[in-house]
Design a protein around this ligand. Structure first.
Ligand code: COA
Length: 258
């Protein structure tokens, strides 16, 4: 399955477990995460959620091979593809979400952090949003939330150029709460989740609702708009060239596209 889930001491841990592919996320993995998040909402045994990868890598983002072979579906009337179910669940979660990020966090590996309440990164974390580099467009409402967080200019650098940035910068721009040595990250994040699990669930839910509540509809609307473009762009020759180039370990050539 490549996603490990455990519920222990009030904490649902969701862990990427596909190190040989840098924890790239397949449709099956998105489905497992969406199901776990959905079930957590009504499970009194879950008081906080911890998202983590491995010390070497958080996640390389969407599995490009899976995306090419089984492009996500959705839109009016259709059941949303697992990736969109996951994004809906994480963006609307009522329970507090802690993320522990170490190593590369590519694409959705970075955008999912915009929906987490406490994000901790190791000194080796490398965040990136290479959607344009892949012939795609942003997802997870990052086109809305990132400009708000960073201002248009700095968000444009991240979303248009897609250049990776480190943990210190992620902390400076407010995407990460704290930077820790790799060896301490996962234990620290676990302890923070434990603190949340010990607090009154109703207070956490209400605080989170008040801090994020007004955004929910706007976030869902933006995700739907992004999703429509994303699905269309995934079928376009630019994305095919970018994905093929990645697997052929060469630079993509976009010069023949307008
Ligand atoms: N989808 C599918 N396979 C992926 C992948 C992805 N997103 N990211 C990495 N892999 C695979 C590689 O194809 C390779 O497989 P192989 O051993 O069968 O050849 C393996 O994982 C190791 O990847 P590699 O690129 O050799 O590791 P690295 O340490 O040099 O670089 C990354 C790590 C994450 C920086 C790099 O793999 C990367 O940029 N991945 C693509 C990220 C991306 O574009 N994601 C989509 C965002 S929408």
């Amino acid at each position: 399955m490549s996603i490990l889930t455990t519920i222990e001491q009030g904490i649902l841990t969701i862990e990427f477990d596909r190190l040989d592919k840098k924890n790239a996320i397949t449709a099956a993995m998105y489905q497992a995460m969406a199901d776990a998040l959905r079930a957590a909402e009504t499970d009194p045994a879950v008081r906080a959620i911890l998202l983590r990868g491995k010390p070497e890598v958080f996640t390389a983002g969407n599995d490009l091979e899976d995306f090419m072979k089984r492009p996500p579906t959705g839109g009016e009337g259709a059941e949303p593809a697992p990736v969109f179910q996951f994004l809906q669940q994480i963006s609307q979660a009522g329970k507090p979400l802690v993320a522990a990020v170490s190593g590369p966090a590519v694409g959705v590996g970075t955008t999912m952090l915009l929906h987490c309440d406490l994000v901790y990164a190791s000194e080796t974390a490398r965040l990136s949003l290479p959607f344009a580099q892949l012939g795609l467009c942003p997802e997870a409402a990052s086109s809305l939330l990132l400009p708000r967080l960073l201002g248009y200019q700095r968000a444009a650098e991240k979303l248009l150029l897609g250049e990776a940035f480190g943990a210190q910068e992620a902390q400076q721009i407010g995407l990460v709460a704290r930077v820790l040595p790799v060896a301490e990250l996962h234990e620290f994040a676990w302890q923070q989740a434990r603190k949340l699990a010990a607090l009154p669930a109703s207070s956490l839910r209400e605080t989170k609702r008040l801090m994020k509540g007004g955004d929910k509809a706007a976030v869902l609307a933006r995700m739907a708009e992004e999703g429509e473009s994303f699905r269309r762009m995934l079928q376009a020759p630019e994305a095919k060239e970018a994905f093929t180039a990645f697997f052929e370990k060469r630079k993509p050539d976009f010069s023949r596209f307008d």
